[in-house]
Design a protein around this ligand. Sequence first.
Ligand code: TXA
Ligand code: MG
Length: 311
Amino acid sequence: MIKSPTTKTLQEACQLLLAGDLVAIPTETVYGLAADATNEQAVAKIYAAKSRPQFNPLIIHHYDVKHLEDYVEFNDLAYHLAAVFWPGPLTMVLPRRSQSEISHLAGAGLNTLAVRVPNHPVTLALLKQLQRPLAAPSANRSNTISPTTASDVLASLGERVPLILDGGAAMVGLESTILDLTTAQPTILRPGGVSLEEIAAVIGPVHEAKDHSKIKAPGMMKRHYAPCLPLRLQAVEKRSGEFHLGFGAIKGDISLSDRGDLQEAAANLFRMLRDYDNPERYQGLAVAPIPNQGLGRAINDRLHRASAQEE
Ligand code: TXA
Ligand code: MG
């Protein structure tokens, strides 16, 4: 349902987000489909609502650098860029802090996180009131055009999102520029609201990722997380030396979801793969069969990549 931002509706948005529900939020670039970035279950709802066949990593939003510092490591360049472009349509990819509370699903298991401070008064007010980071991809179904008005969001997601905060038409109307600062040379992964020239004027030469198609399917990205241990799929029973992740009727050593709930399994997937990827204790990881429907497709996509040890 679309609602105008008022004290009351902002309060309602906070309550929904704290309860692990989704809220569509206005930003200066496009509308975002937001969830509490520290809540794995809430983040899983984003992928379900968007019908994403893959777990693309999401951008983490907060209202200032100080709060984002809890989750990623800023270097001098990043501080400088933040001072010039935030709030605004620049997203920076930075090293994830090891103690970061951000959901591993939101980060797609990577050791980096994409962060930004959006420039919209409604969303800045919401973030201040909430005092939590929001994970938010564009608020549309997968493979459709990004929404620049509240009614675009309603048309694309309908009742999948309980509340759409109406912040008017997005001023920029195009997604944020994604700049990777974890590479030897700062690299633009996705062109967007801030131009390469504007960035270069501040920090000097900037690389441009040649193949933008890569960012559309970051599951194929080189640095995508893969476990150290060999990963065996469709594992109905565990073999000696393995740690077994169960699902539904297959209990395993620990279950991705006892009740066979794909959203719960998605929420647990990256964290459990990390937690038990321990060559000192196990010789391999095994995962029970996951039904290939709904979020199960994204889970299987990720598992296939991880088991192939793709570079
Ligand atoms: O303008 C925007 O950036 C909007 C608003 C809502 O903030 N958000 C947005 O999110 O466009 P989304 O999920 O549609 O696109 C995020 C992109 C994805 O293509 C993803 O691959 C990339 O950011 N990304 C996220 N984390 C990354 C990481 N750690 N390394 C490289 N790319 C990353
Ligand atoms: Mg998008």
